[in-house]
Design a protein around this ligand. Structure first.
Ligand code: FE2
Length: 424
């Protein structure tokens, strides 16, 4: 075998598991494998997980914080306006460089698949060209999936639909949208229909920014679910954000959830950004704004978490750590029971992998040998500690390593160091 990892714990609760890797795939997985590896690593009971997956990101704007100025109000709308100021000043090389730097961070965090929206409301399609270039460059170590995103509105922004079609023709993978940003509810619904029909025609997946507002009457998710069902696109469509669901009437939601379930539409929440941008028009009490994660899960709907923004016009923090995203998600959704916390780990690993349609994802024989060894024993401990990535493996090769988290203590009568872990 090229590589054998001994004595790992898995997210499903199995312990004492060996993982044997050959030719970039997992050849065998189980207790006490009788195989020899060219390289053998002792996991020491630590958690091996399939890699982190970010279901929702904006790589064209990442690491541009402060360019040309910071978002003074902290609102979504000022962020969009600010991005509009920055867009004409974008230079392809600089954009590629920022995206490549972010991808370095992602790999170090064990984040090996990212769905990024790319703004197509720019005649030059400069960001599209840049991110297609980045996609090619990082392909050996990151699955980068691009969504054609009409940031300024499909119908509201002249030429947006043509640009979106051009972007798809250039190799962008997924059809995006932003119905709540169109001028009227009717135009929002019309944009959803047009985009879903186009995606169905082209055999593409759909992922729309949908109802990213505190307005309880923003109901474009209803249209998105209906169009998905009408066009037979079950399992290929996601609604991102869906923050208006936080504020919707409960009776209406009781009718909406079964429609979403029957349509096979997935939900993507962005906890760090939703808790930051929503509720900005409220005085007190202030709404949290994140969509109804536990209720969606209970209804049998896939829910993934995305990072959305890192150091850009909307958000001045972040470092590509999907455990930080899961940590915020479980707090905002009050999913602090053991089952809820484990679901939040799945929301940054296996669930987005399903939404992106990743081939060969998972920890099982035959899957790609892509995994991350965490400085934690369980998914819950990994979230609690935002655990260090001891080892990140892509196609059987170690692509990143980090030391375990440990602090030296200088206290009389107390241990020489602490590692923040319990029971070992
Ligand atoms: Fe977004």
């Amino acid at each position: 075998m090229d590589l054998v990892v001994r004595n790992a714990s898995l997210p499903d609760g199995r312990t004492g598991i060996d993982i044997a890797v050959q030719d970039g795939r997992i050849a065998a997985l189980g207790p006490a494998l009788v195989v020899q590896g060219a390289r053998e690593i002792d996991a020491g009971g630590d958690l091996a997980s399939a890699p982190f997956v970010d279901a929702h990101f904006h790589m064209d704007s990442t690491l541009s914080y402060g360019m040309p100025r910071v978002n003074a109000s902290g609102t979504l709308l000022e962020g969009i306006a600010l991005w509009g100021e920055l867009k004409p000043q974008l230079v392809q090389d600089a954009l590629v460089e920022r995206a490549m730097q972010y991808c370095d961070w992602a790999v170090a965090r064990g984040l090996l698949a990212i769905r990024t929206h790319v703004d197509v409301c720019d005649e030059r399609l400069l960001a599209v060209e840049a991110l297609l270039d980045v996609k090619r460059r990082v392909a050996p170590y990151i699955n980068l999936q691009l969504v054609a995103f009409p940031q300024d509105g499909l119908l509201r922004s002249p030429g947006a639909f043509d640009n979106l079609k051009r972007a798809i023709g250039m190799g962008v993978d997924v059809v995006g949208g932003i119905p709540h940003f169109e001028r009227t509810m009717a135009q929002g619904a019309e944009s959803v229909r047009l985009l879903c029909e186009f995606a169905a025609e082209q055999g593409l997946r759909v992922d729309m920014h949908c109802d990213e507002t505190d307005d309880p009457l923003s109901r474009h998710i209803e249209t998105l679910a209906y169009e998905t069902w009408r066009l037979g696109m079950q399992g290929r469509v996601a609604g991102s954000h869906l923050t208006s669901m936080h504020s919707m009437d409960n009776y209406y939601v009781s009718k909406l959830l079964p429609l979403m379930r029957e349509s096979g539409v997935a939900a993507i929440a962005n906890p760090l950004i939703n808790i930051t941008l929503q509720g900005r028009h409220d005085t007190y009490p202030k709404r949290r704004g994140m969509t109804r994660v536990p209720e969606l899960l209970a209804a049998g709907i896939d829910v993934a978490f995305g990072h959305d923004c890192v150091m850009d016009p909307w958000y001045g923090l972040g470092s590509g750590d999907m455990l930080e995203v899961a940590h915020m998600g479980l707090h905002v959704a009050q999913m602090t029971g053991q089952e809820g916390m484990r679901a939040c780990f799945e929301a940054v690993t296996s669930t987005p992998a399903r939404i992106l349609g990743l081939e060969g994802y998972g920890l099982a024989p035959g899957c790609h040998a892509d995994f991350v060894l965490l400085d934690a024993a369980t998914p819950v401990e990994a979230i609690r500690l935002r655990a260090a990535r001891r080892l990140v493996v892509r196609r059987g090769k170690v692509v990143a390593e980090a030391p375990s988290m440990r602090a030296a203590l200088h206290l009389p009568g107390r241990p020489a160091s602490v590692d923040f872990r319990i029971g070992r």
